[in-house]
Design a protein around this ligand. Structure first.
Ligand code: SF4
Length: 310
């Protein structure tokens, strides 16, 4: 069985060196071309390219046996994340892999094409620690246009799954798909009430996809969303503290004063524990949207300036 290993994870495994911005989670891609058709995704059904990319990362395929050999030689990872495309036989592949990975005694996160509670039950029964049910696009109309699926069904599934499996559900949200800040924040507020972990991504245009000409979000917009997401997820503010000018989120003095205490944490990658997704949305040469490591004092000061200038 071939498995895609994210280039960053593979570098750690092959060079047996762990740097401060190396992946703390082992990221694996299961299945290639997806039966779904998300407009931002390079593995979508209608994208003609055959590629080993997902977002801006390459995932070279290797045999499961080779992966196991590499892991027996060097394994600094704290979690395994299985990114599963919608392909025929994905459930059988998951059973095989969760069995094979039991010996590492690492929590497994899975991002799979779950459609209903039966799928969710199936994955937890097979020993996964957390399930990501991706929303990606944070508004009903955008979601249905970009993902071609039913918004209400997906939100209901997340809410129901989070009731049955408290604190075990994650959701990916992409900032910059054209959503209004107000809708985005209100969705994150609901998810935080349901104890669903929010993993924020910055939209990344990929050549060959229908959204290839859309820009990445501004840093100001992304930082504002990171701040409010952190505060909502940790129940440090509630809905009365949120202020909008029409659809735009306003960071009030009260919010900023609270947030300053957590600036060393807020801008780091969000999601499952130990998930740092290095350079998933941006080149290592530019300012990270999500820091995969601790921030320096200078980086924190730069973020304060971005917020003041905005
Ligand atoms: S938040 Fe990270 S570990 Fe969790 S499912 Fe998403 S990519 Fe995987």
């Amino acid at each position: 069985m071939k498995i895609g290993v994210s280039s960053g994870s593979l570098e750690v495994l092959k060079r047996k060196i762990f740097k401060k911005d190396s992946p703390t989670t082992l990221y694996l891609l299961i299945g290639s071309k997806c039966l779904n058709n998300c407009a931002f995704c390079i593995q979508a059904r209608n994208v003609r390219k055959e590629t080993i990319m997902l977002s801006r990362i390459s995932w070279p395929p290797i045999d499961l046996e080779e992966l196991e050999t590499l892991l027996s030689e060097f394994n600094p990872f704290k979690r395994i994340c299985l990114q599963v495309t919608n392909h025929l036989g994905w459930k059988a592949n998951i059973v095989k892999l969760t069995n094979a990975f039991k010996k590492y005694n690492l929590p497994i996160s899975i991002s799979a094409p779950v459609e209903d509670l039966e799928d969710v039950n199936f994955l937890f029964k097979n020993g996964v620690d957390r399930i990501n049910i991706s929303i990606d696009a944070a508004e009903k109309e955008l979601y249905e246009k970009i993902k071609g699926k039913n918004w209400k069904e997906k939100i209901d599934l997340i809410r129901e799954a989070s009731k049955i499996f408290p604190k075990k559900i994650t959701t990916h949200i992409i900032v910059g798909l054209g959503e209004k800040e107000k809708s985005l924040v209100e969705l994150i507020k609901d998810l935080s009430c349901w104890e669903v972990k929010v993993a924020l991504f910055a939209f990344t245009p990929l050549p060959g996809t229908p959204l290839e000409n859309l820009s990445q979000p501004s840093y100001l917009k992304y930082r504002k969303i990171q701040i409010v997401t952190y505060l909502l997820q940790n129940h440090l503010i509630d809905s009365e503290d949120l202020t909008f000018d029409k659809d735009e989120l306003i960071l009030t003095k009260k919010i900023l004063e609270k947030a300053y205490l957590y600036f060393h944490e807020i801008f780091k990658t969000s999601g499952c524990p130990y998930c740092n997704r290095p350079y998933y949305n941006e080149s290592p040469r530019i300012i990270p949207y999500n820091y995969p490591r601790d921030l320096t004092k200078e980086e924190i000061e730069e973020i304060k300036l971005t917020l003041e200038d905005g």
